[in-house]
Ligand binder design. Sequence first.
Ligand SMILES: *[C@@H]1O[C@H](CO)[C@@H](O)[C@H](O)[C@H]1NC(C)=O
Ligand SMILES: *[C@@H]1O[C@H](CO)[C@@H](O)[C@H](O)[C@H]1NC(C)=O
Ligand SMILES: *[C@@H]1O[C@H](CO)[C@@H](O)[C@H](O)[C@H]1NC(C)=O
Length: 376
Amino acid sequence: MKFFTTTSFIFFHIFFIIALVSETQTLGTKTNYRSNKYIPLFIFGDSYLDAGNNNCINTTTYDQANFLPYGETYFNFPTGRFSDGRLISDFIAEYANIPLVPPFLQSGFNQYYNGVNFASGGAGALVETFQGSVIPLKTQARNFKKVTTWLRHKLGNSDSKTLLSNGVYMFSIGSNDYLSPFLTNSDVLKYYSHLEYVSMVIGNFTSTIKEIYKRGARKFAILNLPPLGCLPGTRILQSQEKASCLEELSSLASIHNQALNVVLLKFEKQLNGFKFSLYDYNSDVTQMINHPLKYGLKEGKLACCGSGRFRGKYSCGGKRGDKHFELCEKPNEYLFWDSYHLTESAYKQLAARMWNHTENSRNIGPYTINDFFQDM
Ligand SMILES: *[C@@H]1O[C@H](CO)[C@@H](O)[C@H](O)[C@H]1NC(C)=O
Ligand SMILES: *[C@@H]1O[C@H](CO)[C@@H](O)[C@H](O)[C@H]1NC(C)=O
Ligand SMILES: *[C@@H]1O[C@H](CO)[C@@H](O)[C@H](O)[C@H]1NC(C)=O
């Protein structure tokens, strides 16, 4: 009796090889983390990107959105996002095939391979901006440092370096630095000229970018500032009769945006491996305000949720000192969700424009976010 026919011998070998291979693969995923398989998304900034960090800090309801009707369209509960549903960063995560990126302060969350969200509603590049009720950009950068330490402990130097350089670093910051002097009784704009103030904001923003770059970041995805004087909440800062934008604020945003463009081009030359994807949020939001129908929206100026003219009074949810507020029936027909923030349906369109170049929009560049999530 032959023990091994040729076929059974071959079979035995194939089986053995398969067993061996799958064994190493199992071991591989358990003990050998593969950093080149992950492109994490790290998110910094303000309420345009905060997914719930401010739920966990000592602040006021002005800087929180953890009550209904916030979240009513998509999550069916208030997550802390300043919208009726998902934010730009949520759609970017979806397009990149990674799970929703959790807030850094969410309790029990400490797996950072797919990234983490540090953004905080009300935050600015200056520590003085809404000081005491937000997580300023500098503190967000310090929290990022903690995450890099965690990754180094888990993965070792080489793999954590790969992961960090593959990662995409998304920023929306600056709006609150310009809004706060108009919304509080600060007279900072009496002491500084517009140019001086902008260079202070840009200086602090770019020193954070450099710091994060030094910790290994290479791919920066940055939203510039929207037309800040044309939000429902800033239009109403003008006298009753006027329905136009608050020009001084929109002008500060434009000066900021030009300076931002210049400094990013400079970094591209100066910093080895530095890549950026600058999104002209200003241009797309301006278009949507003026031509909502082109974007499948019906209303570009009036907010869905709030009270008073343009529903510009920041009372959405009735928890900010004023119980009365109005709420539209179909948020997906509106550009603005509340006095300062956009609806999910607007964010979805903007995210798509950041992800790909489209025929009628080239407001993202030099890289698209899609480029950043390919191996490069
Ligand atoms: C929260 O902030 C308020 C006002 O700044 C302060 O009075 C209070 O002690 C703080 N609470 C905690 C738990 O830190
Ligand atoms: C950062 O902002 C502070 C005010 O908070 C200012 O004094 C400082 O000059 C700014 N730094 C840069 C590099 O612009
Ligand atoms: C981006 O472009 C690709 C290729 O044309 C397409 O398959 C994809 O659906 C687009 N993604 C978005 C979010 O528009």
